[in-house]
Design a binder for this molecule. Structure first.
Ligand SMILES: NC(=O)C1=CN([C@@H]2O[C@H](COP(=O)(O)OP(=O)(O)OC[C@H]3O[C@@H](n4cnc5c(N)ncnc54)[C@H](OP(=O)(O)O)[C@@H]3O)[C@@H](O)[C@H]2O)C=CC1
Ligand SMILES: CC(=O)C(=O)O
Ligand SMILES: [Mg+2]
Length: 752
């Protein structure tokens, strides 16, 4: 929300995000079938008695028969919520729900938030200790110092599952990783670096300890709190944890401390560092302003004062996000997978080193492509971004290995290579690619036409698109759009509006379209009417005239009607068949279904082209395509009249020697269920299909819409592929966020 950040959103939008649909950010989903009487008898009484007795006899079986082994409690009493201070347990719930969903999103760890309404250390400790049977681990969050030190230490001693105060150790691990790389880039070593740490709370004390454990001499770190420098002999506002970092010095203020210092680490509060002070730091200073949500100093101010600095913050909207989100999901993943009894220093240091190492590696092509710019190790990239898919494979593996080596793993991993493979499979690459596509859009914002500017859902999408920094919305609509934008809390002046009634572009548009359609029997008068009245034609003409990079429409007219209008202005790309893809996205799988929107009964050539085009999109979205041509029949059984096209398409792909797996014709159960597929051992797919080519529009469109309405997974699309210009037709039921996703995919060139 800060002015200089490249992600803008209003307070209203933040509240809407949290309240829309089901309030809050989490829900619980059953992982077993619950449909029949028999299911219920197994899930609950009487069937449930069997695992109860088994666990009573052997407690370790709780990991086999309950969710314990993958379940973490995110616990707070709200006494230090981010950098916002002590706002109480209830107010901390949005942050704790947020941490819970990050656990799931980044590392497939199930997590539940628990806000406990007490500042009494003993009551808090007792309450948490009693929860040991329920969870595989405890993540303490936003509990203020010095109480947090006693709470964590006592719980670590009393509990036999990992207890980890994220603000202490999560933060320390990430800061250490960033610092390793920043020191390396500026030719320093821990031994000869002078660090000033603003803040002497949970995060700061833990960071100081870890950095010293990595080689920083005690006297090289000056720590400050609200009272000033923590020096030996200071009496005011001290405690044993601060005392441990007291230094023999006559420096008393931040200004005294910063003179000639190499590194500033802020773990204090917003705007607590003025740019003037930075000017006295050593050449090539390192500035980690880590307070959330607003840093000790904003990066643009810091950069203006010290252009030679390496700058990091806790936020995702500037380069170098040094935030514990890079740690806790992956650290717990590794700890849970070896059933570690604790998270010890060896595991923390292993995580820090693995993170630092990852930032130095070449960024993989799909990550770089989605970023829009080449990210390579340097002052603007000292630490990987949280959605880098490699984190999930590398950090848990490093943590698990360190747990095994240091003797705290109760279930060691035998085959590390297989473990790493299983980590990869836990996350759906689509989710990473989408996150990266959003990042890419922010790095390289494009102009996108929203043709139906009078619709509220479209305006909300356009506002989100703009405020998210994903690009510049170009709105098509009448005067009333101004008023509607205002009603939604946006400033109309910030938006570009094209109204066909007064657009100076109309004569050029008419010229273009008349030239195109005159030999299809249209009179100039017909064309003028179309341009003036029809927003899809007008929008498509804006695209043709180069006024924008992509176009989104679809919520006011049926798909077929919208397509008919667009085709008057925009052709299929040369030599291509246009078609539609619906993408079904689950936690760990993605399925691409085509052609769901354009060709009623695709012929041999069209089917082959649809398969090739869909395979390309699947690759762009991070998946190695395995294409199945679907039918009611398996390899000719039963015989039927409609199978020839499919057979012909497969033959064409054979002739073209395409570089992806394809097979057919086959029924969906054979394509998707490995046991069914095993009955056809000659089939050439190396695993369940992830690209389903349908024999005709009827079956394709019906299947996609059935899945959207009845299936539990989310659906992207339809994406329109193969047009001469990037134009997307959303379903009439699209939500604002679905429209934004389509806009991002269109502008970023994934949907083409
Ligand atoms: N980027 C990241 O990943 C993380 C960032 N943080 C951020 O670190 C900050 C502290 O969090 P946490 O350690 O949990 O909180 P605590 O309440 O435990 O500690 C806060 C510390 O900051 C000091 N402090 C506050 N304001 C100032 C100031 N203006 N000048 C000097 N010292 C100040 C306090 O001083 P005193 O002792 O005198 O009261 C106290 O020592 C928050 O802003 C939080 O968002 C925390 C965790 C992770
Ligand atoms: C990131 C975090 O945990 C905090 O700011 O408190
Ligand atoms: Mg925190």
């Amino acid at each position: 929300m800060s002015e200089e950040s490249n992600v803008q959103f209003s307070e209203r939008e933040a509240l809407l995000y949290h309240s829309e649909g089901r309030p809050g950010k989490i829900e619980i989903i059953a992982s077993k079938p619950m449909a029949t009487q028999r299911d219920l008898a197994l899930a609950y009484s009487p069937g449930v008695a069997v695992p109860v007795r088994a666990i009573a006899e052997d407690p370790s079986l709780a990991y086999d028969y309950t969710a314990k082994g993958n379940l973490v409690a995110v616990i707070s009493n709200g006494t230090a919520i981010l950098g916002l201070g002590n706002l109480g347990a209830l107010a901390s719930k949005p942050v704790m729900e947020g941490k819970a969903v990050l656990f799931k999103r980044f590392a497939d760890v199930d997590a539940i938030d628990l806000e406990l309404n007490t500042e009494d250390v003993d009551r808090l400790i007792d309450a948490i200790e009693l929860m040991e049977p329920s969870f595989g681990g405890i993540n303490l969050e936003d509990i203020k110092s010095p109480e947090c030190f006693i709470i964590e230490q006592t719980l670590r001693e009393r509990m036999n599952i990992p207890v980890f105060h994220d603000d202490q150790h999560g933060t320390a691990i990430i800061a250490a990783a960033g610092l390793i790389n920043a020191l390396h880039l500026t030719g320093r070593s821990f031994k000869d670096t002078r660090i000033v740490m603003l803040g002497a709370g949970a995060a700061a004390i833990a960071c100081a300890e870890l950095i010293k454990a990595m080689g920083l001499p005690h006297d090289n770190l000056l720590m400050l709190d609200l009272t000033g420098v923590i020096y030996q002999g200071r009496q005011e506002s001290m405690n044993q944890w601060k005392s441990a970092h007291a230094v023999d010095t006559d420096k008393r203020t931040l200004a005294d401390a910063l003179g000639g210092a190499d590194v500033f680490i802020g773990l204090a509060s917003a705007n607590s560092l003025s740019p003037e002070l930075l000017k006295t730091m050593a050449p090539n200073p390192i500035i980690f302003a880590m307070a959330n949500p607003d840093p000790e100093i904003s990066p643009p101010l810091a950069k203006a004062a010290r252009p030679d600095a390496i700058i990091a913050t806790g936020r995702s909207d500037y380069p170098n996000q040094v935030n514990n989100v890079l740690g806790f999901p992956f650290i717990f993943r590794g700890a849970l997978d070896v059933r570690a009894t604790t998270i010890n220093d060896a595991m923390k240091i292993a995580a820090a080193r693995a993170l630092a190492e990852l930032a130095r590696q070449q960024v993989p092509e799909e990550v770089a492509a989605a970023y829009g710019t080449q990210h390579s190790f340097g002052p603007e990239y000292i630490i990987p971004a949280p959605f880098d898919p490699r984190l999930m494979e590398l950090i848990p593996a490093a943590v698990a290995q360190a747990a095994m080596d240091s003797g705290v793993a109760t279930k060691p991993i035998i085959d590390m290579a297989a473990y790493r493979q299983s980590l990869r499979a836990r996350l759906n690459p689509t989710t990473s690619v989408l996150s990266l596509a959003y990042e890419g859009a922010r790095a390289n914002p494009k102009r996108v036409i929203f043709a139906e500017g009078e619709e509220e859902v479209v305006l909300r999408a356009a506002i989100a698109f703009k405020e998210g920094g994903y690009g510049i919305p170009v709105l098509v609509g009448r005067e009333s759009v101004h008023e509607r934008l205002q009603k939604l809390g946006a400033n109309p002046e910030d938006f570009e509006l094209h109204n066909s009634v007064n657009s100076p572009l109309v004569p050029r548009m008419v010229e273009f379209l008349y030239e195109r359609l005159q030999r299809r029997g249209y009179l100039r008068r017909d064309i003028e009417r179309m341009v003036n009245r029809d927003r899809n034609i007008f929008g498509a003409l804006l695209l043709q005239l180069g006024e924008a990079d992509a176009m989104i429409t679809g919520v006011t007219r049926t798909y077929a009607e919208t397509m008919r209008q667009i085709k008057r202005v925009i052709d299929y790309a040369e030599g291509r068949t246009a078609f539609g893809i619906h993408v079904l996205v689950g936690q760990s799988h993605t399925v691409f279904i085509a052609d769901t929107t354009v060709n009623e009964r695709p012929n041999t050539e069209e089917l082959a082209a649809i398969a090739e085009g869909t395979a390309q999109v699947a690759r762009r979205m991070g998946h190695e395509p395995r294409v199945a041509f679907l039918s009611y029949s398996n390899f000719g059984n039963p015989e039927g009249r409609w199978l020839d096209n499919v057979r012909g398409a497969i033959k064409l792909l054979d002739e073209r020697s395409v570089e992806f797996e394809y097979e057919g014709e086959m029924s969906p159960d054979v394509a998707l269920n490995p046991r069914q597929m095993a009955k056809y051992p000659f089939a050439r797919l190396s695993g369940p299909a992830n690209v389903l080519i349908m024999p005709g529009l009827q079956s394709a469109n019906i299947s996609a819409k059935l899945l959207r309405e009845l299936g539990g997974d989310s659906m992207i699309g339809p994406m329109l592929i193969g047009m001469e210009k990037p134009v997307q037709i959303a379903p009439m039921t699209a939500t604002a966020s679905e429209l934004v996703t389509l806009a991002v995919l269109a502008a970023g060139g994934i949907a083409r």
